[in-house]
Design a protein around this ligand. Sequence first.
Ligand code: MEV
Length: 438
Amino acid sequence: MASNINGFSKLSKGDKINWIAKTYFSNPQDVIELIEQYWNSDEELQKLHDEFIENTITNFYLPFGVAPNFLINEKWYTIPMVIEESSVVAAASKAAKFWSERGGFKTTILGTEKIGQVHFIYKGDKSKLTTFIYDTQKTFLDDTLSITQNMQKRGGGIKNIVLRDKTADIPNYYQLHVTFETIDSMGANFINSCLEQIATTLKEKAINYKAFSQEEKEINVVMSILSNYVPNCVVRAEVSCPVEDLESSDIKNPQLFAEKFVQAVRIAEVEPFRAVTHNKGVMNGVDAVVLATGNDFRAIEAGVHAFASRNGQYSSLSHAEIKDGIFRFWIDLPLALGTVGGLTSLHPMVKIALQMLQRPSATELMEVVAVAGLAQNFAAVKSLTTTGIQQGHMKMHLMNILNQFKATDEERIKVVAHFEKNVVSHSAVVELLESLRK
Ligand code: MEV
């Protein structure tokens, strides 16, 4: 019977597993065995993973795949992807090959600015607060020097501290809106440490600021935290070619294909229901690389979708046009990524992923991730506007169905051969398996 428990985090790993197995399962021994099967036999490696979070009981595997043949700014890449969805890596590889034969992907970094805010309540004269913040600028920078000096040596640090009046939204609410350059680190810890110091300085200096009344001296800091919305930390990825060059084994009429493709993207630009799914296809590529490289996919997801709504309605992240006979398809993505710090120096597979990408800077990783998103989006919209998505998707999903029914090697060979020429559906696979098993 389910129950609550005090002091769970203090239990040993074995006791935690025992409690879970006995509390929630009728076959605790089987559950314990399965959980243990997912442990790594290398104790040191297992300990490393255990200590990433609290209450680790085992590991949770996701496939680590690779998509080769990405030509990005004239350089070849094999892109590491961590994802469970059957068709994603295959689609990325196909799109990579397609565009490598048509000039490859081009990227441009449009900005690398990160943002953090100190949110506070100030009851008093706004002009006095403005002067106070102006007078305190240097102290903010001096007081954060112990945190920023290493970053400054690498060319980063605090770029700007601006007072924002938000009293029209909430009475007496102001912000210090701080912009940062964090070079190759994602910078979350750096930014949050700076902000907490700035908040301390803000409160302390206000108490001694002569021009303030007693009430004005009592600045109340509500919170200090980075923003995952980074509309000025943006990369553009694009592909283009003469329309007639789009011709390929599955694009027989390139003009028709290009027109339909542009129309499909246009629909995602104006129709939020379609835009969400269109952008989900983008994120299939983006998240897979973000995960493989040890970056924070929740931060990326939150920031990207906020960006997709920046004009007041949720819209497509990618755009397409045909101009003077040239087909062009591009995407702008806000991506606050790191290639140093965090998991990048801890997780052995993340290290392999970054090595495979030839030790990229954060901006180079932004380029690779945006390309993965664009390639995935291209593959999805190409399928949708030609054959439909299910043909490719179900072919890849076939293996999952075979695994679900524990097909033998012999059955697999027969089923795969059969579906080379037939449409895959769950029921058709089950029917065939049943007939083979009679
Ligand atoms: C499935 O994971 C992603 C797609 O739905 C994306 C799209 O519709 O563009 C195929």
